[in-house]
Design a protein around this ligand. Sequence first.
Ligand SMILES: *Cc1c(COP(=O)(O)O)cnc(C)c1O
Length: 482
Amino acid sequence: MRELKFYTGNAVPLEMHKVRVVQKLNLLPIDDRLRAIKEAGNNTFLLRNKDTFLDMLTDSGVNAMSDLQLSAMMVADDSYAGSATFSKLESKLCEIFGTKYVLPAHQGRACEHIISRVFVKKGDIVPTNYHFTTTKAHICLQGGTVLEIHHPEALIVESTNPFKGNMSPELLKKTIADYGAERISFVRLEAGTNLIGGQPFSLANLKEIYNICKQHNLLLVLDASLLADNLYFIKVREPAYQDVDIRKIAREIADHADIIYFSARKLGHARGGGICTSNHELYMKMRELVPLFEGFLTYGGMSVREMEAITVGLDETMDYDMISQGPLFIEYMVNELKQRGVPVVTPAGGLGCHLNAMEFVSHIPQSEYPSGALGAALFIAGGIRGMERGTLSEDREADGSEHYSNMELLRLAVPRRVFTLSQIKYAIDRIVWLYDNRQLIGGLKFVEEPKVLRFFMGKLAPVSDWQEKLVAKFKADFGDSL
Ligand SMILES: *Cc1c(COP(=O)(O)O)cnc(C)c1O
């Protein structure tokens, strides 16, 4: 299954599913795309889906569901307390992770809220392989500080290291020595490290980090939102696990964490979240907050239908065909772009293809948000909606100065089982066109800037009339109607 070779040409990823429900898409003419992005304040979060052709904003809550997931939704047990649907979800999580207790939450950040409230005290440090936006916000809200102690190659955009999501054991030991274990709330490892391009950690690294945690009596908290991708990468990139069943790998990961939480908008292909642990004391501490912020302990803000879908989705995640589809499509996209000289994050990761805006539009200074500008330009060029993952996604420092991001990426998420290969090819073609015309792309400036998580709602304007010039060049190359 892994080696799909074509008799008539180069290997391409092969869909191991068929499409049985479709949604009509619109491809607006370029003048309308320019109008739409202007109305959205050059922020792809503020675009309307009806104006978007390929929605590559995120893989959150938009992965295709299976027939089995949809049918399970019809038999959901609607009750506030003691729902059989929750019991099913709980048993499935305990079966996969081998943990004893499950707390439901309405999505991933809700789990982060609960975990941060319970474990993070003012002045605490949370070492992590890399932060995630909502995680950092919740830790900071409690007065904690996130400390990135990533692999030395994590921020090298073009690399051949298969596990750029690893945490540095040396830096973890140093952090413990520098700050003292008492000041560390927990050590957080993120599977499929989102913000550096969906890069995985290896099981060997997880074990090493876990052992260091145990030597110092520290908790290891695993963010398993992108676990499906990480499972796939351990299976194909970590020689010791090539013949090990996905379920066994999942179990081995879970055995090396004290608390596992996840966004079921990603893991489980539905919408929800949960926290798993085998430690009764930790469970009791977190449990108090669930009815307060999420809902009763047998739904935690999720609809019973979604819980049914997550249960089936989790089971399907233990299947190689299911978890390989996303990474294989992404690898195809990354390889095709790389061959044409477009700067992308390598090796290909999970969740999406990441354009390196720092190099793509190297003429735009970080103060003018290169990845945000590239995102606006790609929407104009192709109706493709990506997500800025750079300086715009960072909030300003307390003194109002910009916090320049280590990386300037435009993430083009590839939701699982949603796009066809010809749609991926279309995206590749428009990106290559944009790369050939990159000098036409200019910067952005804020016109409305929220203080917290500004990338969600902020509005920006181009620093010049570069967008009109880009449209004129597009029309010269493609005509008015595309
Ligand atoms: C999406 C995501 C979250 C937050 O989950 P939501 O369901 O969107 O709140 C947390 N961590 C990681 C790694 C994620 O990818």
